[in-house]
Design a protein around this ligand. Structure first.
Ligand SMILES: [Zn+2]
Length: 810
């Protein structure tokens, strides 16, 4: 998203205006700026990315973070030493050494309003008082907090000097306090929602955004960073500190702070206009989606739809006034919402119905009074103007200014993946054609867009025949977690111990864990909220920080504050003596989120603004999470987990083989699909001339010639609903999906190269992964971090190999 909302909230590090506005918007729309999604949402996005996901609360896992290189003195062993000495090292020495333990928060100002006295949001805590925060605390608590922080910011602006203790430390304290407290209530909204809580948060949201904007546009703070960069002290700073300064400056510049007054006004006007246009774009997509409904009364017409889809269609019918609708006898209503749309594409035998729904889907928001065409052009024009104002050639350069990739590198990667995927995608089409023919399909010689999903689903069922439900008994949550923790011990030398009761929790099912290093010293904590609670908890799975590692926020004045994370999933709760049983996809999801959590918790970075997942470029932040998913396909790891919860028997070998094989099914086609979106996105934000001879649809057609085996329909207007880039902050950033896959696959291949069966080699590689990717946070450029781990720059070969897209040497 964006420059990533996640970063805006968690690093809070002077994000750009646009960024914040998007964050705000997304927070309102999607009630989430948090990390991940269900595996299925991921999957869905990857495969059908054009479908708007924000409105369904599903972001692609936006925990984009990367890493930092290993700059601690001790390459291995004595982790505890590096941890405990860290706070008295480098530039923070002066402040940390002399700082007394942080006193409890000053009592809130008397005039801050009722409800401040004893308000848990204003308390000083080691672990947030999740058990006692209620809706009634939000308004008084947040307003008092913001008032406090306003005061702190004014004080900072008055006394700021270009030095670490007089600039960055007070800034970190402001940013951190807002991040932590806001993170608490945002988290509660996601896991313990009530109408009151939601309303209370909405009420103070605008005030909070206003403060963040003011913080992000503070000229005195910006000037001090510039002065620090030019001062003799610059060379005394550590790499991580230099990166903090540089990124603060860069973000401020992208924020328009460095512009002269007249130009800044122009800049702010563009930003406001862009915000309005994005919002309108989004509303049009939602309206167009809502407007369409197809009533079906004849059971013949919906043959093939599975029970869940029939249930959904009947439920929709009821909500549209057909009170007596039932899944068995209808009537049914099909809509363009993802679950309904996809069910028809994949399962409806009625070809005419598939065609009708498909055509409606790809022409959403492209005509009448909800036509997004003009909005798209206006957005692209303003983005280009903004880029020029900031001294860039195009908007893609602005977007990439805070990312790991560059325009050239992203284009180069996409082309490499495209050419490797093309033949496989052509072959996929041939396979489907033959299969459809063998099934006697009349359309087999003339397959169109609305046939592809349908026939590939049939082929998939035939080839792999994996029934997710039947696999559940092999994946019980306790076994899965045990296997995951064992893997973490093997790879990274850490122990994970239950620590229930140490920290307050928001629900009695929530577990609390302590992470210890090999010497038994605690280095981090995390909450795990595993089960679904539909009445109060958002769907999906995600991870986020509770607090980050930091020396400035040391609780005892000597050692760094330890990082705390939370992981949230939506598994089926246990019933009686039956444990929570998971699908394979849910297992992958837990591994994914745990990868994010590891990067947050195993950080050795003491600079709070770039510790853990903070400050990591968002096209690199999915590295550890997707990396961890790979282990679900590793035979020993999987077989260690997959034991029948009653009989203890192993997952049958042939099922494992099918899981493995299914991973590459239609990989070429799926890859091309993502490449089409990513390429159009880049073209529109680099070479496209708004108002020029070529329309945006011409650009899409041109790109599609090279990325689509079947050309799009002439009336295809998918751009009119491509909310990722026109309303969701993915502008010139869609490539990140592929970028991150390349990084994670290549990182995993280091283990393959070392030999997955060689436990010593695996351990050594794991240790190196820990000391680089997991340790360095946002304190070092992600490319350098990657090189420190891998010994070279990233290569797409491993991803292509995992996807079965590398030609096999004869
Ligand atoms: Zn993720």
């Amino acid at each position: 998203m964006r420059r990533n909302p996640k970063r805006a909230l968690t690093t809070g590090s002077v994000p750009t205006v646009a960024f914040l506005i998007i964050v705000n918007m997304l927070t309102l729309i999607a009630s989430t700026t948090r990390i991940a999604l269900t595996r299925s949402a991921h999957h869905h996005l990857h495969r059908y990315a054009r479908h708007r996901s924000l409105s369904r609360k599903s972001f692609p896992c936006p925990l984009w973070s990367s890493s930092f290189s290993f700059c601690l003195q001790n390459p291995r062993g004595s982790t505890s030493l590096s941890l405990s000495t860290a706070c008295s090292s480098a530039a923070s020495a002066a402040s940390a050494a002399s700082a007394p333990p942080i006193p409890p928060r000053a009592p809130p100002m008397a005039d801050a309003g009722a409800g401040v006295e004893g308000n848990p949001l204003l308390r000083d805590f080691e672990f947030p008082p999740f058990d006692v925060v209620e809706a009634k605390h939000v308004r008084p608590g947040i307003l008092a907090l913001l008032k406090d922080l306003e005061g702190d910011l004014e004080e900072l602006e008055r006394t700021v000097e270009p030095s670490w203790p007089k600039l960055v430390e007070p800034l970190e304290k402001i940013v951190d306090r807002l991040t932590v407290v806001w993170g608490m209530i945002n988290h509660l909204k996601a896991v313990k929602d009530t109408a009151d809580l939601r309303a209370a948060i909405e009420e103070v949201q605008a005030e909070k955004v206003k403060f963040q904007l003011r913080l992000g546009q503070s000229k005195p703070v910006y000037n001090a960073f510039k002065a620090l960069q030019e001062s003799p002290d610059w060379n005394m700073l550590s790499d991580a500190q230099k990166r903090i300064v540089e990124s603060q400056i860069k973000e401020a510049v992208l924020n328009g702070v460095a512009l002269e007054d007249g130009k800044r006004e122009e800049f702010n006007k563009i930003e406001q206009e862009l915000e309005k246009l994005s919002k309108k774009f989004d509303e049009n997509v939602l309206d167009a989606t809502k407007k369409f409904e197809k009533l079906i009364t004849d059971k013949k017409d919906i043959e093939g739809l599975p029970a869940t889809a029939l249930g959904l269609a009947a439920q929709t019918a009821v909500s549209k006034g057909h009170e007596n609708a039932t899944p068995d006898n209808g009537p049914w209503v099909i809509t363009l919402d993802a679950p309904s749309f996809m069910a028809v594409m994949q399962h409806a035998r009625n070809r005419a119905l598939r065609e009708e729904i498909y055509r409606a889907y790809v022409t959403r928001a492209s005509s009448g009074d909800i036509d997004n065409t003009l909005i798209i052009d206006q957005i692209l024009k303003l983005r280009l103007e903004k880029a020029k104002l900031l001294g860039y050639n195009n908007y893609a350069e602005v977007s990439m200014a805070m990312k790991m990739a560059t325009v050239d590198k992203a284009e180069e990667l996409l082309e490499k993946l495209r050419s490797a995927s093309w033949d496989a995608a052509v072959q996929d089409m041939e396979d489907i054609k033959h299969f459809a023919k063998s099934q006697g399909a009349a359309e087999s010689d003339d397959l169109s867009h609305w046939d592809i999903n349908f026939w590939s689903e049939r082929l998939r069922e035939l080839k792999y025949d994996i029934n997710e439900e039947e696999l559940r008994p092999y994946f019980s949550l306790p076994k899965v977690m045990e296997g995951l923790f064992n893997l973490a011990r093997t790879l990274f030398g850490i122990e994970i111990e239950a620590a229930d009761g140490l920290a307050p929790v928001w629900n009695s099912d929530v577990r609390f864990y302590c992470v210890k290093d090999s010497s038994g010293k605690p280095i981090a904590y995390f909450y795990f909220d595993p089960y679904s609670r539909p009445s109060e908890k958002r769907g999906g799975a995600w991870m986020d920080e509770v607090v980050a590692r930091s020396c400035v926020l040391s609780r005892d004045g000597a050692s760094a504050r330890l990082p705390v994370a939370h992981m949230v999933c939506n598994q089926t709760p246990p019933v009686g003596t039956k444990p929570s049983l998971m699908t394979f996809r849910e297992v992958e999801t837990v591994f994914h989120e745990f990868g994010h959590a590891l990067q947050h918790m195993l950080t050795k970075q003491d600079e709070g603004l770039v510790a853990g997942i903070r400050g990591i470029e968002w096209d690199a932040v999915e590295l550890p999470s997707q990396f961890m998913e790979n282990w679900c396909y590793h035979k020993d790891t999987l077989m260690g987990i997959a034991k029948h919860y009653e009989t203890g028997e192993n997952l049958p070998e042939d099922v494992y083989k099918k899981l493995l094989a299914a991973r590459t099914f239609r990989a070429g086609s799926l890859s091309l699909r993502q490449i089409r979106f990513a390429s159009v996105d880049l073209q529109l934000h680099t070479k496209y001339v708004p108002g020029g001879p070529e329309s945006v649809y011409d650009v899409d057609r041109r790109v599609s010639e090279r990325t689509q085996v079947i050309p799009p329909l002439p009336e295809d207007r998918f751009l009119c609903s491509f909310s990722h880039i026109f309303a969701g902050g993915y502008a010139a950033g869609y490539y990140s999906y592929k970028w991150a896959e390349v990084l994670s696959a290549d990182a995993f291949s280091a283990f393959e190269d070392a030999g997955l069966d060689d436990s010593k080699a695996v351990q050594e590689t794991g240790q190196r992964f820990r000391e680089t990717i997991l340790a360095l946070g946002g304190g070092k450029a992600p490319l350098q971090v990657f090189i420190e781990f891998r010994g070279r720059e990233p290569s797409p070969d491993a991803l292509l190999r995992h996807n079965g897209l590398l030609p096999i040497a004869a």
